[in-house]
Write a protein that binds this ligand. Structure first.
Ligand code: C2O
Ligand code: CU
Ligand code: CU
Length: 561
């Protein structure tokens, strides 16, 4: 299973690791026109009408208390993402993309058989860079499902059948299955499941292999949040559509897959009719690379719409509700959602009866923003309620224990670097190492650690760690050029505290360019082998992914993988 770099590649990495010389790219380092997939052959946003499809409610599989075991099939399917487009071939779970939303109760363990019924040929062509580092051919179609945010035991790096956390190298092929047991011993929260197969995660997720997973508990129910038809998941999924309506993927892994359109719950520019009352939206970014900065605006006059009251994030409820997009404050922070981030948001439409509100996105992707999708969906607020709104909007929730930096046994530094390989290829590395380099991060079970995440690149990277939820400490600006040239770390400004909606348990965090971001976490659950990586999936596949091991004392012998 060991992937080896070709000579040329190995040479340049060694050089870089040895002398600390890394080329820093200024901003986006590729141009869309380099792609044979010219923009003209793609669907253009203004080709067809917006807000003609109703927002689908994602089908959910509520797991009854006595059910211990289910099967979810990875399948090839068809999706119809817009009224005026033909069906496109997609992959999904149980014929759906996004897959069915699994709903369980906290503490209800669930065994899932992930059964691979996909064909042996991928629906999307392989991208340049996907196989450059392989010394043994791997099957075109290989899959492994990871439940993102779950706390599970991953005892082995090779057991393909019992691959609970979704170890990237222990993939299965069509005809095989992967069996996982999820203990679900955590409080209420929103998770996602998605493909994680080594070197091809981005392509598999772009093909559609992603779904949601919700854990409920009594405390959350006691809050009397909007529920039933007033509790709605909004999954933002960037898709790339050609003019004939079929899917495309980046043809070079050095191009992040932004796609050219954004589906919300599987439809492009859907509309949703809402009553003038409170709703709870579980917002989740299931895109490969696209981030969103979102806010509601009046469709007619662009006046600010209702505030977002964020009550939860990746690891469940916040301690204090964070107010975003406050219409009274023109400088108010928008909700930012990087890939895999979740925001549990209450929106009160009661002052907007009869209005139309557009979900506006100011995040500009692609070179010069040519792939920007500035509008995501439309809310049509009905004139009247069907019944009084008795739901609550909490201002505070359960206290979140603060992890104390004084208790940290180690401060690990992880440098994020971009390495220019020539020919418009970049590799993205963590501490100058690629995925298959031996494990360097070994964590003692029970310990608290601070990780200093040093982003030397020109791009934001959403950083994710398996197994744990962490807390953000701060972001500190530093001189990245100087650091790359001389190794000297020079702080250039004051440390910034977390945003109000980052004051909770996180498993994905935005690492802004030129910032050193510090996080703290406690490893107090399982020993085994886990993964940390950038959640821009093309970065992950281009090796911005590393293993770590949690061990019980005494300290382990070095492990190869
Ligand atoms: Cu959501 Cu390792 O991933
Ligand atoms: Cu994960
Ligand atoms: Cu990245």
């Amino acid at each position: 299973m060991k992937r080896e770099f070709s000579f040329a590649l190995l040479g340049s990495i060694a050089l870089i690791a040895g002398v600390g010389l890394v080329l820093r790219s200024e901003g986006k380092s590729f141009s869309f026109s380099q792609s044979p997939e010219s923009f003209e052959t793609l669907i253009r946003a203004n080709f067809f009408q917006k807000f003609v499809d109703e927002l689908p409610i994602l089908p959910s599989m509520k797991i009854a208390p006595q059910v211990r075991e289910i099967t979810l099939r990875l399948q090839q399917t068809k999706v119809k993402v817009h009224r005026d487009l033909p069906e496109a071939t997609s992959w999904g779970y149980e014929g759906l993309s996004p897959g069915p939303t699994i709903e369980v109760e906290s503490g209800q363990a669930l065994k899932i058989h992930w059964k691979n019924e996909l064909p042996t040929t991928h629906i999307l062509p392989a991208a340049i860079g996907m196989d450059m580092s392989l010394n043994e051919p791997m099957p075109d179609v290989r899959n492994v499902t990871h439940l993102h945010g779950a706390v599970v035991e991953q005892a082995s790096m090779t057991d393909r059948l019992n691959n609970a956390d979704g170890w990237p190298d222990a993939w299965m092929v069509p005809g095989q299955e992967q069996i996982t047991v999820y203990p679900n011993q955590v409080s209420a929260r929103t998770l996602l499941y998605h493909d994680h197969a080594v070197g091809t995660t981005g392509r598999n997720v772009a093909a559609g292999l992603v779904g949601l997973y919700i854990i409920h508990d009594d405390y959350e129910r006691s809050l009397k949040l909007p529920s039933g038809p007033y509790e709605v998941t909004l999954a933002f999924q960037a898709r790339g559509l050609k003019a004939d309506g079929s899917l495309y993927y980046s043809d070079n892994l050095s191009q992040e897959y932004y796609g050219n359109v954004v589906a919300v719950n599987g439809k492009l520019w859907p509309f949703m009719q809402v009553e003038p009352r409170k709703y709870r939206f579980r917002m989740i970014n299931i895109s490969n690379a696209r981030s969103y900065d979102i806010k509601l605006l009046d469709f007619k006059d662009e006046k600010p719409g209702p505030a977002f009251y964020q009550i939860g994030s990746d690891g469940g409820l916040l301690q204090n509700t964070a107010i975003l997009n406050d219409p009274a404050d023109p400088a108010a922070m928008r909700l930012k959602l990087a890939p895999a981030e979740r925001a549990d948001v209450i929106i009160d439409f009661s002052q907007y009866a009869g209005k139309q509100l557009v979900l506006d996105n100011t995040n500009r992707d692609g070179k010069d923003g040519e792939l920007a999708v500035p509008q995501l969906m439309l809310f049509k607020v009905l004139p009247q309620l069907t019944k009084p709104d008795v739901s609550q909007l909490p201002t505070s929730m359960k206290a979140i224990p603060i992890l104390n930096p004084a208790n940290a046994s180690i401060a690990r530094q992880i440098d994020l670097t971009q390495v220019d390989m020539g020919n418009n290829m970049q590799m993205l590395l963590l501490n100058g190492k690629a995925w298959h380099d031996p494990i360097t991060e070994r964590v003692q079970l029970g310990s608290t650690e601070i990780w200093k995440l040093v982003n030397t690149t020109g791009d934001m990277h959403p950083f994710h760690i398996h197994l744990v939820q962490f807390q953000m400490l701060d972001r500190t600006p530093f001189n990245a050029d100087q650091y790359l040239k001389t190794g000297q770390f020079v702080v250039t400004g004051a440390s910034q505290p977390p945003d109000s909606n980052e004051l909770g348990w996180k498993d994905v965090l935005r690492l802004e360019p030129g910032m050193m971001t510090r996080i703290i976490m406690k490893f107090d659950t399982y020993t085994g082998f886990y993964v940390f990586h950038c959640h821009i999936l093309e970065h992950e596949d281009m090796d911005m992914m590393r293993p770590f091991e949690v061990f019980k004392s005494p300290s382990p012998s070095p492990v190869q993988h």
